[in-house]
Ligand binder design. Structure first.
Ligand SMILES: Cc1cc2nc3c(=O)[nH]c(=O)nc-3n(C[C@H](O)[C@H](O)[C@H](O)COP(=O)(O)OP(=O)(O)OC[C@H]3O[C@@H](n4cnc5c(N)ncnc54)[C@H](O)[C@@H]3O)c2cc1C
Length: 306
């Protein structure tokens, strides 16, 4: 093994980097703050022939209990707004925000809110970072405009495996419900979002209402990962799970939330295995009782190598 770059750690516990607060350690771990660190970490892993796994805010991933072999790269520290183009500059009539991949969505929401622009509403309350917002095509269920990342992204910057940067227009990506493709292979390093700069006086109240609704309906007081399953076409996953009497269903230290049936909460020092067993049980009960197959929205860290 060649010399390990100084900013790469060995056997790093991942519990504090995921919102379920479960899982074991990464064999190798880094939290790069610059593009050069991302490049040199990836080059090192390629040289060693080991897998690279990406996480950012950790609010949509299940971290395995066993040590995850390879290099886990946490992009959350590669953050910051690089540029805001206001309408009177080149962005005629638009506001355009250039954010590094690890920038929390809430930072971008604040800029839209300051200008009283509609994207603030759906971005408010979705945890995690901008790069993953693109990966997941994150959004809300309510009928609003905009309500998903695909409506506000204009460009993404991607670091390819040969460590070159490419710039892709949003229309070159394929956007689906809670998923995007067309940018792979690589790591999303920057996201440019834009919206018409015409202020809407209702935005501030809508943001408040969005926050109020989340606090009232989601078990935010306990470690969770948001909605575990995507809504199957024509159904609400939460309603299907509740109709099977699964609210409160428990394995070890985790259970289906009594407040929101599509959430699994870690209320008693759960393991990732507890959570996965609940997912399998819920899937099987919903399938046998309703005939609907549930697909997970959350992803397992270690399932999608770069
Ligand atoms: C309380 C709560 C409420 C939530 N509400 C919503 C909601 O309303 N709508 C919604 O859509 N989601 C919601 N989520 C889920 C989650 O917040 C989103 O999916 C979010 O976009 C994930 O961002 P993250 O930075 O935490 O991603 P992570 O969980 O760290 O990563 C998610 C996936 O993206 C990949 N990835 C991350 N960054 C990059 C990158 N830069 N380049 C390449 N791959 C990358 C990872 O490998 C992983 O596969 C909620 C979660 C919680 C805990």
């Amino acid at each position: 093994m060649t010399d390990i770059p100084k900013f790469i750690e060995k056997q790093k516990p991942l519990r504090e980097f995921n919102s379920w607060q479960v899982g074991g350690s990464a064999e190798f771990f880094c939290a790069p703050e610059t593009l050069e660190e991302i490049r040199s970490a990836w080059a090192w892993a390629q040289n060693e022939g080991i897998s690279v796994w990406i996480l950012s805010g950790g609010s949509n991933i299940l971290v395995p209990d066993e040590t995850l072999p390879g290099l886990t790269m946490r992009l959350h520290n590669f953050s910051g707004i690089e540029k805001i183009e206001e309408p009177n500059e080149a962005a005629v009539g638009l506001i355009r925000i250039h954010a590094r991949a690890g920038t929390p969505k809430s930072e971008v929401a604040k800029i839209f809110l300051k200008h009283r622009l509609a994207p603030a509403v759906f971005l408010t309350g979705i945890p995690g970072d901008m790069g993953a917002g693109v990966v997941m095509n994150a959004g809300i269920g309510e009928a609003r405009t905009p309500r998903e990342f695909c409506e506000i992204v204009s460009q993404v910057e991607v670091l390819r495996p040969d460590l070159s940067l490419v710039y892709l227009d949003a229309k070159e990506l394929r956007w689906e419900y809670r998923h995007s493709s067309g940018w792979q292979p690589g790591i999303i390093t920057k996201v440019v979002v834009e919206w018409s700069a015409a202020p809407d006086a209702m935005v501030t109240n809508a943001v408040r209402e969005q926050t109020r609704k989340r606090v009232a309906t989601q078990p935010l007081e306990l470690p969770n990962c948001g909605s575990v399953f995507v809504n199957p076409h024509g159904h609400k996953a939460a309603q299907l799970i509740e109709s099977c009497g699964l609210k409160g269903y428990r394995v070890g230290g985790a259970c289906v939330s009594k407040k929101h049936a599509n959430f699994i909460v870690n209320d008693q020092n759960a393991s990732a295995a507890d959570i996965w067993q609940i997912i399998e049980h819920v899937r099987s009960r919903v399938s046998s009782e309703t005939g609907v197959q549930l697909e997970t929205e959350i992803v397992k860290l270690g399932d999608h190598p770069l």
